[in-house]
Design a protein. Structure first.
Length: 202
């Protein structure tokens, strides 16, 4: 197999960004970009991109990379993006990359009930992966959410943080939820976890 050159990598990245900005299929290039293009180079080429679909795809690439200060800063900036899909993708990437400096912003997004549920879901997951203890009280409230996925992701986060909350002590079913969901490993496993729903607190 011929050795790839810097020019080859630049051509690959140019083609990949061109396709995703035009919302064309780029699946066959995705793994190549993950393997060959440094995260900082990808971020540097992505700074002027405005297309929301492209930004989500780039976040998904970065989830599979190693973080760096420039990558973390760019993803944290996306948490303030107008599009909720971009905010959600950035939150997921920050959690997967273990960017602890993003925890306060993720906590703020999780608390804001004006955010769509799927954004708050990914923020809860990220807070759990980052083991952000300051979010515990708000995550406890999530156990009583009317939204099943908020209950699940809050339970996952509390299980990862490793705290036994007052709500768990008062509500055996909440404790069971944290114990069961907290041992899962991925967002998909969490959201498909088989738990009994309970009525939200009044």
């Amino acid at each position: 197999m011929a050795q790839t050159t810097s020019q080859d990598n630049q051509a690959l990245l140019t083609e990949f960004l061109s396709r995703i900005c035009r919302r064309k299929m780029a699946g066959e290039l995705f793994d190549e970009v993950v393997e060959r293009i440094p995260a900082a180079v990808l971020v540097n080429r992505s700074r002027e991109i405005a297309d929301t679909h492209a930004l989500v795809v780039i976040c998904n690439v970065l989830r599979k990379k190693k973080s760096s200060p420039s990558v973390a800063k760019w993803l944290i900036r996306l948490l303030r993006h107008n599009d909720p899909g971009v905010r959600s993708a950035a939150a997921e990437a920050l959690g997967d990359l273990g960017v602890r400096s993003a925890a306060p912003q993720l906590y703020g997004l999780f608390k804001d009930k004006n955010n769509p549920v799927y954004v708050r879901d990914n923020c809860a997951m990220a807070l759990g992966l980052l083991k952000y203890r300051k979010a515990a009280r708000e995550l406890e409230k999530g156990l009583d959410s009317q939204h099943r996925t908020i209950r699940l992701t809050s339970a996952f986060a509390l299980g990862n943080i490793g705290l036994r909350s007052g709500k768990e002590k008062r509500k055996p079913e909440a404790s069971r939820m944290v114990r069961k969901v907290g041992v899962t490993k991925s967002r998909g496993q969490v959201l498909h976890c088989n738990i009994r729903s309970h009525e939200p607190a009044v």
